[in-house]
Structures are given as C-alpha cells and as structure tokens.
Design a protein around this ligand. Structure first.
Ligand SMILES: C[S@@+](CC[C@H](N)C(=O)[O-])C[C@H]1O[C@@H](n2cnc3c(N)ncnc32)[C@H](O)[C@@H]1O
Length: 269
C-alpha cells in the first residue's frame, strides 16, 4: 500500500485530541477523585466484543498527555478485536502468524499511556504483554493493569508494567529482547522524540538476532507536517508498510493509519 504521509497539510492538534465518545464504542464516566492530587479523573469503559468483556481505564487528564487515551489507541484495539473474530480477513494477519496451538505471544507496548492497547492485546490474544512508559506514568499504568487483572487471567493473558525511556539502552536491556511483536499508538508527536524512539526501535528490530524477528505495529494519527520526518528516517532503518487506514472522522481530513515495520536484514547493531 502506498505511503501517504508526505502530502498532508498541518492539522489542528486540539481538534484531533477530542475526547472519545460513544460513537467510538466506549463511554466516559466522571467519578469522584480517589486521591487529593488527582483533581479530575475519568474512568472509561471499553467493550471488547470478541471476548464479551469490558476493560476499564483511569484517565487523569489534568496530569498531562500521558494520562489520557489518544485516538489511535482505539483503532488498534478495534483491529485486535476484529483479528480475534476473523483472523483470515484481519489487517493484522501478517503480524500475528502464530497458530492456535503455539505458545502465548510475547508482546511489548511502547509509550503505553493508560495501557489500553497492551491490556486489550493480553485479553484478546491471551498474550504475555509488557506495557511501558516514562517513570512518572508508571503508577497510573499499574493502577489500570491491577484494575483489569482478573480479565487478563480469565483469557490466559498477563500484563507486566515496566519503565522504558526511548533512547536508553539500559532500559531496553532491562525489559529484554524476546518479544514477537511491539505495539504502539500515537507516539510520534514531538520532533525531539523522533531520534530516541528510532534508536529504541533499532535496538529491538535490528538487533541482529536472526532467529528472533520482531514486528513493530504502530497506529498513528497525523497532526503535523513534520511527522513525515519520522517516517522518512524510519524507512532508512526499517521496512515500512501501511496495513490499515481508518476513515476520517469528526470533521478531520485524515484517519488513523496503522504501519507495520520490520528490521532490514543488513542492519546489525
Ligand atoms: C500521545 S501519548 C499516547 C499514549 C497511548 N499510547 C495512547 O495512544 O493513548 C504518548 C506516550 O508516549 C510516552 N512518551 C513520551 N516520551 C517518551 C519517552 N522519551 N520514552 C518513553 N515514553 C515516552 C508518553 O508518556 C505518552 O504516554
């Protein structure tokens, strides 16, 4: 599929960060704060049709962008849900190639934020998932994982929470490299983060471990022209293809795009 990140105009980021609503398959519930420091918190429910279960996330919008759900996350959750229902027609068919009797998938999520994508992967695929983010985001991520822990274990999945700062080799060493798939949503937004993120991806995808080829799947909603710089640099390091494009919604001109990236055979760290 052709790449489309080179020819879009700038998009209003405020408009694209709309609070998600019922039209997208989930509800936002305002509840009283649990702690004095959390002046505004929202619990949001996400129904996963393929397993007839509901995940709940706590958002703390007043604490910054890491504490709310971004639009591309729901696209990945929807694709995972569809994959479980109809794997043969799924956009993720080239990503999750394990047969029904294979060992559980080992999945890493980068920049997890509220953790919805990683938790959905654990519940839908019965996978062993590690969700990661900056250290100050970990307590809310752990809260969300603890809240939904019963659901993962019912489905045979597990979720582990770990700090992982992009560009930090030591953090990559700590989580290890034994993953089948890396997931992420809406993690390309500040240009100063492009190179640290690409370095972390390079360490995983181009690690030179021949028997362990990892696939990176990233859902992205383009907001700024400069996002293209990230993809141009990524194409030099990895094989990049588009596996899904959402229809635009809420008055925007483009929808969420899902990319699949794999290491180039010649690159060895
Ligand atoms: C726009 S939010 C998206 C959150 C979540 N993936 C979603 O789609 O709802 C970007 C995430 O990347 C994380 N992040 C930003 N810089 C990072 C870095 N240097 N290392 C690791 N994570 C980072 C943020 O903390 C935040 O959770």
């Amino acid at each position: 599929m052709a790449s489309r990140e080179d020819d879009e105009d700038d998009i209003d980021p405020v408009k694209m960060l709309f609070p998600l609503d019922e039209k997208h398959g989930h509800n936002t519930l305002s509840v009283p704060p649990l702690q004095d420091t959390a002046s505004e918190q929202q619990l949001q429910q996400h129904y996963i049709g393929s397993i007839q279960s509901t995940l709940v996330i706590r958002q703390l919008p007043s604490q910054g962008l890491s504490f709310k759900l971004w639009p591309a996350a729901t696209t990945l959750v929807t694709l995972l849900d569809q994959h479980r229902c109809q794997p043969s027609t799924s956009s993720l068919i080239t990503v999750f190639t394990n047969g029904p009797d294979s060992r559980p998938l080992n999945i890493l999520e980068l920049g997890s934020g509220t953790g919805l994508v990683g938790m959905a992967a654990a519940a839908i695929l019965g996978a062993k998932v590690t969700v990661t983010d900056l250290p100050h985001v970990i307590p809310n991520l752990q809260f969300n994982v603890d809240t939904n822990a019963g659901l993962f274990s019912l489905q045979g999945g597990t979720v582990h929470v770990a700090p992982l700062r992009w560009g930090e080799v030591d953090d990559v060493e700590l989580v290890g490299r034994g993953f089948d798939v890396i997931l992420a949503s809406d993690i390309v937004y500040h240009d100063h983060l492009y190179d640290p993120l690409l370095e972390t991806l390079r360490l995983f995808l181009n690690s030179g471990v021949k028997e362990k080829k990892m696939t990176f799947v990233m859902a992205h909603l383009k907001r700024w022209k400069k996002d293209s710089v990230f993809f141009k640099r990524a194409k030099k390091l990895f094989n990049v293809e588009i596996i899904h494009v959402d229809n635009p919604c809420n008055g925007s001109r483009i929808g969420v795009v899902v990319y699949r990236m794999t290491g180039k055979a010649t690159k060895i760290s």
